[in-house]
Ligand binder design. Structure first.
Ligand code: NAD
Ligand code: UDP
Length: 338
């Protein structure tokens, strides 16, 4: 009995594979490496001392998926595969709808064909939209996402809720991630963005290593304690552990359950920059720049439901997130490219 991990070579997927293998679970990974490097999976093997099957395939490829389900006894799926860059999704909406929606529909059809009814899905805090005041709780009405990427997450949540109404035996855990950063403490796996990063932490680490000259802080005139935006940064190892709990939950329950994975703390952009400099001893030059379109002043979770249903809580704080992000960047200055 194995857990199929789609997108298992990516940032969150590779860390989750380590947690699953360390917990003695059998896994099968499928990835087309459109946004990752297979070296990540080699390092997952190195870190855990365990082997697993790895398929180089697109999740939209129905025949490839059928082969995976035929060759393995898949009891549950953790579905990470998808495109995730907000700005790119505005430029390339069709590619985002195609990749994220079709991969999920094909996956669900093949799961149905093989009688597999346990799914953990990578959703996002973006589904809360702009209208809700933090701390964000799962029972709040979902907002209108402001970009095609966010719409794919909302649509997939709707699809999974509808599926669970139609099939009383199906279990879907919709994990709403806040802002995953950090890396495995070994420094062997981490976030490996293509080109110039859009997200704050990889930008900070690339400035710190000298690949980029300075950080632009997008706006310091928000209604927050220091004027910069607040986000709920979560260590990727904590996030990965949450998937282990979620898969166990999915095995024992039915229905669709949305669950936040966050710390419940809101840190500002400048909190993160200053904590990074203090913890690493490396300065991060920055300038204050205009606000970025679509940014909300404050986004942070209420993490109570995850604690109650999954028995999961975060262990790492902002200092460990900064330490481990830097450790990864310092040891892999150009990511997985050796
Ligand atoms: P990532 O890009 O590092 O990982 C995604 C993986 O999926 C990559 O290895 C990519 O090659 C693979 N992939 C994409 N489309 C595929 C397809 N059609 N077939 C097979 N493989 C495919 O991203 P990540 O940060 O690890 O995110 C994982 C999931 O979590 C994504 O669905 C993302 O939208 C979601 N998420 C991420 C964040 C974040 O800030 N990182 C926040 C909220 C939600
Ligand atoms: N941010 C910034 N400079 C950057 C990248 C991000 O000031 O180069 C800010 C951004 O405005 C937001 C926070 O950092 O307030 C987190 O941004 P990120 O893109 O990492 O995540 P998200 O917007 O999805 O929360």
């Amino acid at each position: 009995m194995a857990i199929l991990v789609t997108g298992g070579s990516g940032f969150i997927g590779s860390h989750t594979c380590v947690q699953l293998l360390d917990a003695g679970r059998e896994i099968v990974v499928v990835d087309n490496y459109c946004n990752s490097d297979p070296e990540a999976l080699a390092r997952v093997r190195e870190l855990t001392g365990k082997d697993f099957k790895q398929y180089d395939a697109d999740v939209r490829d129905r025949e490839a998926l059928r082969r995976i389900f035929t060759e393995n006894h898949i009891e549950a799926v953790i579905h990470f595969a998808g495109l995730k860059a907000v700005g790119e999704s505005v430029q390339m909406p069709i590619e985002y709808f195609d990749n994220n929606l079709i991969s999920t529909l094909v996956l669900l059809e093949v799961m149905k064909e093989f009688g597999c009814k346990r799914l953990v899905f990578s959703s996002s805090a973006t589904v809360y939209g702009a209208g809700n005041q933090p701390p964000l709780t799962e029972e709040m009405p979902l907002g209108a996402p402001t970009n095609p990427y966010g719409r794919t997450k909302s649509m997939i949540e709707d699809i999974l809720r509808d599926l669970c109404v139609a099939d009383a035996e199906f279990s879907a855990v919709l994990l709403r991630y806040f802002n995953p950063i950090g890396a495995h403490p070994s420094g062997r796996i981490g976030e490996n963005p293509n080109g110039i990063p859009n997200n704050l932490m990889p930008y900070v680490t690339q400035v710190a290593i000298g690949r980029l000259p300075k950080l632009s802080v997008f706006g310091d005139d928000y209604n927050t304690p220091d004027g910069t935006c607040l986000r709920d940064y979560i260590h990727v190892v904590d996030l990965a552990r949450g998937h282990l709990c979620a898969v166990d939950y999915a095995m024992e329950h039915t229905g669709a359950e949305a669950i936040n994975l966050g710390t419940g703390e809101g840190y500002s952009v400048l909190d993160l920059v200053h904590t990074f400099a203090r913890v690493t001893g490396v300065d991060v030059p920055y300038v204050i720049a205009p606000r970025r379109d679509g940014d909300l002043p404050a986004v942070y979770s209420c993490p109570d439901k995850a604690k109650e249903l999954l028995g999961w809580e975060t262990e790492f704080g902002l200092e460990e997130m900064c330490r481990d992000s830097w450790n990864w960047q310092k040891n892999n200055p150009t990511g997985y490219n050796k």
